[in-house]
Design a protein around this ligand. Structure first.
Ligand SMILES: O=C[C@H](O)COP(=O)(O)O
Ligand SMILES: CC(=O)C(=O)O
Length: 212
């Protein structure tokens, strides 16, 4: 778990992907690798997600790949089988979190209230998702909520982009930010992988500037 967390922190940004056609998976993976962020959260919001995860984990073993929008135990199983190294869910579902802990796969449940954070801390989690970040109060809310939990770190996602990334990453309790701005579905579907690579490079350059 700890080395996986180190990787997440080093990336600083985790691209959050909604993929509609698994045939795009390897081009997407290549663009992310070329752009300097060999990692992704593939959301289980589409039929193609499992197959895309399988292709990416098989053909790009150097990537850190996880599954997002995981809402059921069956999806946890499918994600692990497809090569996911971490599980993300938009909210705190104790059944999913406990199942992931049983299966020994790192899990980042969404926590936007102190009551949810308590549940995560009780289970020994070191990093939680903060989703939807901008709508749920942004960095001010994270700062206020994190004060009592000195060891807990956050992965804000939702409404984060190149213009507000720096603000989030400047706070020490942000492990990494999640975001779709460099991997928008429109870019994937129209085959603009060169643009995905360029936006990924720009995102990584911002991380490097802030965390030098
Ligand atoms: O549902 C949203 C995704 O999880 C990421 O949010 P975003 O598209 O605002 O970056
Ligand atoms: C928001 C997010 O990361 C998820 O759907 O799991």
């Amino acid at each position: 778990m700890d080395s996986m967390l180190e990787q997440v922190k080093n990336f600083g940004v985790i691209p959050v992907v909604v993929i509609n056609d698994a045939k795009d998976a390897k081009f997407l993976a290549q663009a992310l690798c070329n752009g300097g962020l060999p990692c992704a959260e593939i959301t289980f919001r589409t039929e193609a997600a499992v197959e895309a995860l399988k292709i990416m984990s098989r053909e790009f073993p150097q990537m850190l790949l996880g599954a997002g929008t995981v809402l059921t135990k069956t999806q946890v199983d499918k994600a692990i089988e497809a090569g996911a190294k971490f599980i993300v869910s938009p909210g705190f579902d104790s059944e999913i979190v406990d199942y992931c802990l049983e299966k020994n796969i790192p899990v980042f449940p969404g926590c936007i209230t102190p009551s949810e954070v308590i549940q995560a801390v009780k289970r020994g989690l070191k990093v939680v998702k903060f989703f939807p970040a901008e709508s749920a109060g942004g960095l001010d809310m994270i700062k206020a909520m994190s004060a009592p939990y000195t060891d807990l770190e956050f992965m804000p996602t939702g409404g984060i982009h190149a213009k507000n990334l720096e603000n989030y990453l400047s706070f020490s309790k942000i492990a990494a930010c999640g975001g779709s701005w460099m991997v928008k579905s429109e870019l994937i579907e129209s085959g603009r992988f060169d643009q995905i690579e360029q936006l990924t490079k720009e995102a990584k350059a911002l991380v490097n500037k802030i965390r030098k």
